[in-house]
Structures are given as structure tokens and as C-alpha cells.
Design a protein around this ligand. Structure first.
Ligand SMILES: C[C@@H](C(=O)O)C(=O)SCCNC(=O)CCNC(=O)[C@H](O)C(C)(C)COP(=O)(O)OP(=O)(O)OC[C@H]1O[C@@H](n2cnc3c(N)ncnc32)[C@H](O)[C@@H]1OP(=O)(O)O
Length: 182
């Protein structure tokens, strides 16, 4: 009899553990990437666009040559020449990191969107992150519906020759987010 009670107790502990595991699986957010595994996407409703890899992290700097020299000579990174991107009001240096890039940004022209940021952050600082998407127009339509502010009327060509948009930092947890079509 005691043996039977032990078996019943073990079975009920196992059943509770399975229940907790299933609840945990339901609660755990899933990551959905267009470059990643399909098995991760099972809990996510199908949408017309997908988020991909981190393309770059952009850092606004008050002195582009000094910043370039820091990454090249102090950290030993491979860095590009200065690339002017007048359509976005910035000059850029790309820092290669293997799996992603840094973009060092400095204002170009008198209407630069990073001028105000550098006035508030005199030593410079992290300005935005850029994540790849597979369908930028679908992303724009979807995010507009979700009341996320898009900071331009339509996608512009970004520093890598691909269409980009920016999302308002106040709608993205305080981070300026750029989406780039891969
Ligand atoms: C080449 C290209 C590429 O990669 O392809 C690029 O990188 S172009 C990179 C440059 N282009 C862009 O950044 C385009 C998108 N950016 C913009 O439209 C603008 O910079 C905004 C993000 C809307 C900020 O505009 P503006 O400086 O005039 O406004 P503001 O100073 O009144 O800022 C409004 C509020 O947002 C905050 N705020 C401003 N810039 C921010 C940033 N980078 N990250 C996080 N928060 C930020 C301010 O502190 C302020 O918060 P409080 O009210 O709490 O004080």
C-alpha cells in the first residue's frame, strides 16, 4: 500500500512539473528572425515582414578623426575612410567588428539631425541601433498601424545603399532604432 502511495505521489509531482514547463513555454517570448531557425518562430503569428540581424550600432562623436584613431590604434579595429552621407547630414566612419559594425557619426552641413544630440552629449555617445528587416515597406505600414512614429515620410537610402527608416526613440524604450532593408 505504501508503495502504491509513493508511486501516486511521484506521478503527481511529475504532472505538476510538466504543467509548469508548458506554462513557462507559453510565457517565454520567442525570437523571430528571417535568418534564424524556423523552430523558434512557432508561437509568433505570421506577419508580412521579419526582423533580422543587428546591422550596426551608431556612435555620435565630436571629433571624427580622433574617434577613428581610437578604434584603429587603441583597439586595433579595421576602420574605413570618412564617408560623407549628405542626404542624412552626417559623415561616417565604419568600424568592422566581424559579426556587425560600428558607425562613427559626425554632423555634416547645418541641418544635421545629430547636432542637437551632440550639443546635449558633448563627449558623444551611442546614437542609434540599426536592425535589418526583409520588407521595409511592410514594416512601415505595420508599425504605423501600431502607432510607432516613423521619422520620415518614406524610406531613404542609407549609408550602405539600402532603404532605411528611423523610429522615434520615445516609442522604442528610449533608443533611436533604424531599420534597414537587407
Ligand atoms: C547614414 C545613416 C545610416 O546609418 O544609414 C545614419 O546613420 S543617419 C543618422 C542621423 N539621422 C537620424 O538620426 C534621423 C532620425 N533622427 C531624428 O529624426 C531626430 O534626430 C530625432 C530622433 C527625432 C531627435 O530630434 P531632435 O534632436 O530635434 O529632438 P530633441 O532633441 O527634441 O529630442 C526629442 C527627445 O528625444 C530624445 N532623443 C533625441 N535623440 C535621441 C537619440 N539618438 N537616442 C535617444 N533619445 C534621443 C531627446 O533626448 C529628447 O528627449 P527629452 O524630451 O526627454 O529630452
Amino acid at each position: 500500500m505504501e508503495h502504491v502511495q509513493k508511486v501516486v505521489r511521484s506521478l503527481s509531482v511529475a504532472a505538476r512539473a510538466v504543467g509548469a514547463f508548458i506554462r513557462l513555454q507559453t510565457l517565454t517570448p520567442t525570437v523571430r528572425t528571417f535568418s534564424g531557425s524556423h523552430s523558434l518562430s512557432q508561437n509568433v503569428p505570421e506577419t508580412l515582414w521579419n526582423l533580422g540581424r543587428l546591422n550596426h550600432v551608431a556612435i555620435a562623436v565630436p571629433d571624427l578623426q580622433m574617434a577613428k584613431s581610437f578604434y584603429k590604434n587603441m583597439l586595433g579595429a579595421q576602420v574605413s575612410e570618412v564617408v560623407p552621407v549628405p542626404e542624412h547630414g552626417v559623415s561616417v566612419v565604419f568600424v568592422e567588428l566581424g559579426n556587425t559594425k560600428l558607425e562613427l557619426l559626425h554632423p555634416l552641413g547645418d541641418q544635421s539631425p545629430i547636432e542637437g544630440f551632440l550639443q546635449k552629449n558633448k563627449a558623444g555617445g551611442m546614437h542609434h541601433i540599426c536592425i535589418e528587416v526583409d520588407e521595409i515597406e511592410a514594416a512601415v505600414a505595420d508599425l504605423k498601424q501600431k502607432k510607432i512614429r516613423i521619422l520620415s515620410d518614406k524610406a531613404k537610402i542609407g549609408a550602405h545603399g539600402k532603404p532605411v527608416i528611423f523610429l522615434h526613440p520615445k516609442d522604442c524604450g528610449g533608443v533611436l532604432v533604424e531599420l534597414e532593408e537587407a
